[in-house]
Ligand binder design. Structure first.
Ligand code: DAH
Length: 345
């Protein structure tokens, strides 16, 4: 090894000129690659006599460092040249608008309902969409031969099991999960997607959305239920709204009722939306059946409660008078855009 070898390469580096990234890479390989000249000098250095190592070690390291610096700075300058020759951007040009999406009507309604019940002190609870028979039916007091347990109405995921998995047919299953997990007093609102084996038409769909409500404490009465629903209806449909309750049946509530609100279009006179009755059905409700409380380990002698459930598409239909359920699922932009003004970001 000789001092000139190092000087020679240093000189070559000093004169190195590259115009493209490809040329830079070739230069890097020439000096620093596996078979590069600097790499070769390092190989040679291994055989240099120990007393000469001092003399060559440092210049050799400096040479390598220099080569790396030269290559690096060439890389940067070539990038700069490319940028300099690129067409200039006119920053004063007006920008392109990105079209903003709008909230889906079902989301808007869900949010409104959740906000109303939050004001009444309810928490939001959620549960799984793929549920088991126990939480959807058994714990809710559905007798074994109830038609809802039939394949006709329910999408089963695994049949032939004592507690088969299925797609929940209502969000009442979340009541059961809330009762299992939470301490009384319980006040929850449970929005979610539900599934039923229905032929798709203007009035029915196999997927839709519900909001379930549950309130359990000592001394909860039907009067509390009625007042809560009335307050909700007035918040949702306007302060003039009246409600009426009709006796009904649900396995998980006793007594049970269906609730109608006064038609806010004809104000009771009768129109084609309320089919001339002046009333629109909005939800099902009732006092939680003691069997349901006991199934989830709540003492039905000490506590009582009410529950209610409503379909979001139905409320949205009443709010915006959209009379075909299928619109909510087809994601036709012409339909969705109609709600742009009603969506809050
Ligand atoms: N789960 C019922 C349905 O899907 C709705 C419902 C009715 C829920 C009455 C309730 C209730 O909590 O008390 O049709």
């Amino acid at each position: 090894m000789q001092k000139q070898d190092i000087d020679q390469i240093l000189a070559e580096l000093g004169e190195l000129k590259c115009k493209t990234q490809k040329e830079i890479e070739e230069a890097r390989v020439k000096f620093l690659g596996k078979k590069g000249t600097i790499t070769a000098l390092f190989e040679e250095f291994r055989t240099v006599a120990p007393e000469l190592k001092r003399e060559f070690g440092r210049p050799l390291n400096e040479l390598k460092q220099k080569a790396q610096e030269v290559i690096e700075s060439l890389k940067n300058s070539v990038v700069d040249e490319a940028a300099a020759s690129a067409p200039k951007t006119d920053l004063s040009m007006p920008g392109d608008d990105y079209p903003l999406g709008s909230r889906h009507p079902v989301s808007i309604v869900r949010q409104e309902i959740v906000e109303i019940f939050r004001k009444f002190g309810y928490d939001v609870a959620e549960g799984p969409e793929v549920e088991d028979d126990y939480h959807v039916f058994e714990a809710l007091n559905f007798p074994p031969n109830h038609p809802a347990r039939d394949m006709q109405d329910t999408f089963f995921v695994s049949a032939g099991h004592p507690n088969p998995l299925l797609l929940r047919t209502h969000t009442s299953s979340v009541q059961v999960r809330a009762m299992e997990k939470m301490q009384v007093p319980i006040r929850v609102i449970c929005p979610g997607r539900v599934f039923r084996n229905e032929a798709i038409s203007a009035r029915a769909h196999c997927i839709f959305h519900q909001v379930e409500g549950l309130y359990i404490d000592e001394n909860v009465t039907f009067a509390d239920l009625k007042q809560s629903i009335l307050l909700f209806a007035r918040e949702m449909f306007g302060p003039e709204t009246e409600i009426r309750m009709r006796p009904s049946y649900f396995p998980f509530t006793e007594p049970s009722a269906e609730v109608d609100v006064s038609c806010n279009i004809c104000h009771g006179k009768g129109c084609n939306i309320c089919k001339g009755t002046g009333w629109l059905e909005i939800l099902g409700c009732g006092m939680v059946d003691p069997n349901v409380l006991e199934a989830s380990g709540i003492d039905s002698k000490k506590y009582s409660g009410f529950a209610f459930g409503m379909g979001l598409e139905r409320i949205a239909m009443l709010k915006w008078r959209v009379n075909d359920l299928r619109h909510y699922f087809e994601n036709d932009l012409r339909f969705l855009k109609e709600f742009e003004t009603s969506s809050e970001v």
